[in-house]
Design a protein. Structure first.
Length: 386
């Protein structure tokens, strides 16, 4: 099935009337507050304020188009029309407005440090301007990958090579301690608070209340401690990690074949196994589905051992290891499988938080349930073997 098809295997499980009707979180107040910013006039004002060379550009001289697919931030491509003199540069930019409430759980100063460093290296898009609520970036004319592309051998190999280089970078100005423990513990804490908010907001919605009962946060708190303690003993090397290597954060320039990894808001030093496990877990999740809950998950799409070994060989080649030893490949394979559990756990908690904050139409609660279900299925398979 394609990422953008009308239906999905989840349709038989979730039967909402409509996205807007089904998510009774009073998002209208949030959207009303944000509306002036999201209007063409609001976006034009941001251009004039933050882009020095665009301060005299009129709204009528801009072409503005929304970019869909993001689950945290809102994105726009903004271009100058040909009538604007060519000396005005850049001609096209990407506007990123940070998600509502994300400053509560994301360190934007840390993200800015990472972004600027990678931008200077040419590893990520250039930054043109930045302020508290968003930033202007270089617009890269490339295809944003979909989940189905991750299984194309040539593309997977290029992603692996890019990750191999990324993992060798020494980013200055940020902690070198692995962020696995604070990452999981932080999301657990945020999810607890979000569930309290949701229980109040949805007290008259029996269907949503039923879903909320899937999350016993005291139990999950204990579960997270066991998971962290187990993963810290795996022996996965610590390196700079992206920590969110899904298809939507990978660009493919068709003309050159080049791969760009973007969106480092969750980036930081971590166990490399988290990037492996998270990336492979994302092979199962298909986004941009037109009908609610706007995603579906196919466990059989998790990469085979052969596919993972191909990924690892290309990863190691990018680090100068041309002949990978079977023992090292097996070790990386084990890391990926075990850290996939952490990926499911983290994004389940993340989705609970998004359900209480986000103004993006997406089945965050259903996503949280699916990812948590995958965590427990993996635990049942793997935990006894450790």
């Amino acid at each position: 099935m394609e990422d953008d098809e009308e239906g999905s295997p989840l349709q038989s499980r979730f039967v909402p009337k409509s996205v807007a009707e089904y998510r009774s979180l009073n998002k209208s107040k949030i959207l009303a507050k944000a509306a002036p910013l999201y209007s063409p006039e609001g976006l034009h004002s941001l251009c004039q304020t933050h882009l020095e060379n665009w301060k005299d550009v009129k709204l009528s001289e801009l072409e503005i188009s929304s970019i869909s697919g993001g689950l945290t931030n809102r994105l726009w491509k903004i271009s100058l029309l040909e009538q604007v003199v060519q000396t005005v540069q850049p001609r096209v930019v990407l506007l990123r407005i940070f998600g509502i409430g994300t400053e509560e759980f994301l360190d934007r100063n840390k993200e800015s440090t990472i972004f600027k460093f990678l931008s200077d290296l040419g590893f990520s898009p250039k930054m043109f301007a930045e302020w508290k609520e968003g930033r202007f970036e270089e617009f890269i004319d490339a295809q944003t990958l979909k989940t189905k592309h991750l299984r194309i051998p040539e593309i997977s190999a290029k992603i692996a090579q890019k990750v191999g280089v990324l993992h060798q970078l020494q980013i200055p100005g940020i902690s070198k301690e692995p962020m696995l423990r604070p990452l999981i513990s932080g999301w657990i804490d945020h999810a607890k608070k979000s569930l309290e908010v949701l229980n109040l907001k949805l007290k008259n919605d029996s269907w949503r209340q039923l879903k909320l009962r899937c999350f016993d946060m005291e139990f999950l708190q204990s579960e997270s401690e066991q998971l962290i303690n187990m993963l810290e003993k795996v022996g996965s090397p610590i390196c700079f990690c992206h920590n969110d290597l899904l298809a939507g954060n990978i660009l493919h320039v068709k003309q050159t074949g080049e791969i760009f990894i973007i969106d480092y808001e969750y980036g930081g030093f971590n166990y490399r196994g988290f990037d492996f496990g998270n990336h492979f877990a994302e092979n199962m999740v298909h986004y941009n589905v037109n009908s609610y809950p706007c995603f579906y998950l196919v466990p059989d799409d998790y990469p085979t051992k052969k596919q993972q070994f191909l990924f690892f060989r290309n990863y190691l080649q990018a680090q100068g290891i041309l002949q990978a030893q079977k023992e090292e490949l097996e070790k990386m394979y084990t890391e990926a499988r075990l850290f996939s559990m952490a990926s499911h756990f983290v994004w389940s908690c993340w989705a609970i938080v998004q359900e209480s904050l986000s103004d993006i139409d997406f089945g965050f609660m259903e996503f949280a349930i699916c990812r948590l279900d995958q965590y427990f299925q993996l635990k049942k398979k793997l935990w006894k073997k450790i």
